[in-house]
Design a protein around this ligand. Structure first.
Ligand SMILES: Nc1ncnc2c1ncn2[C@@H]1O[C@H](COP(=O)(O)OP(=O)(O)O)[C@@H](O)[C@H]1O
Ligand SMILES: [Mg+2]
Length: 264
């Protein structure tokens, strides 16, 4: 039997974990700017910061040392409702902030053998009617990354096209498939690999992208996020690239990514 909330026509949420065990590949930047692009299109978007470094939270103007309620509560406490931890951060945009305590959470979850599916349950139970949920993950393959992969329907893997890119993607895919097949999210799928920080003048980057497209033709997205220094500047102005410089190559690319993700 469908629940009454379903019968009332609650919006169908699409959730994406943005993950790659490497740091500095544009995960947080993608969550921020893809989220902004979707929100500007009129979608209701929720961002969840699961990185103890909490750069997404900082980019959005909050202090990760002062968050009483944060994603920590979602991964550490049973039946913590999303509505208790999220904060509006813009039109159509809400954030579950990260906090520095997440580092402790990662250790406690393992040491105390606590369940890793609390975030999954919180998202499933939520009837808040978000169209998109984007989960930012730490630059490592730890239990917080696993929690995000358990909670999301799909994974987006941002990749910087350098020497170890393909190997890194393989390792990430292995983890995704392990979570899907053995850990409790059987319908998890890879929505796409997206090249980020892409320097079109660098022949090597072009070769690596071609390799990825040959190796994983279905998974590698058409959209390429260019290297664009304005993208790095925008959060320091308290903005996404979409509102900072809407016609910049970076803004155009993130709008294109938002469109591509909505194609069947
Ligand atoms: N397309 C881009 N062009 C230029 N700088 C970028 C781009 N994407 C990310 N950056 C910058 O690169 C650094 C790492 O990006 P970030 O999103 O924090 O990576 P991750 O979350 O994977 O560690 C940040 O300083 C960010 O501003
Ligand atoms: Mg990050």
């Amino acid at each position: 039997m469908p629940r009454p909330e379903h019968a009332a026509g609650a919006a169908v949420t699409q959730s994406f974990a943005i993950a790659n065990q490497k740091g500095g590949v544009g995960k947080t930047t993608t969550v921020l700017n893809l989220g902004a692009a979707l929100a500007l299109q009129g979608h209701r978007v929720l961002l969840i910061d699961l990185d103890p470094q909490a750069s997404l939270t900082v980019y959005l103007g909050l202090d990760p040392y002062r968050q009483e309620r944060s994603s920590y509560s979602l991964v550490m406490f049973d039946e913590m409702a999303l509505s208790r931890v999220l904060k509006p951060v813009g039109a159509n945009l809400a954030l579950v902030p990260g906090s520095v305590d997440l580092a402790t959470a990662a250790i406690r979850l393992v040491q105390e053998r606590q369940p890793l599916n609390r975030l999954q349950l919180a998202l499933r139970e939520s009837r808040l009617g978000f169209d998109f949920v984007l989960l930012d993950t730490p630059p490592s393959l730890n239990v917080l990354t696993v929690s995000a992969l358990l909670a999301a329907q799909q994974v987006i893997i941002p990749v910087q096209c350098n020497h170890a890119a393909a190997l890194g993607v393989r390792a990430m895919l292995d983890v995704v498939y392990r979570v899907r097949d053995h850990m409790g999210n059987p319908s998890l799928s890879v929505r796409g690999i997206v090249a980020t920080l892409f320097d079109a003048e660098m022949l090597y980057a072009q070769q690596v992208l071609q390799e990825l497209r040959a190796l994983l033709p279905k998974q590698t997205l058409q959209t390429v996020i260019p290297y664009d220094p304005h993208i790095a500047d925008a959060p320091h102005q308290g903005k996404s690239i979409l509102t900072y410089l809407p016609e910049s190559p970076g803004a155009i690319a993130y709008r294109q990514l938002a469109d591509e993700l909505q194609q069947a």
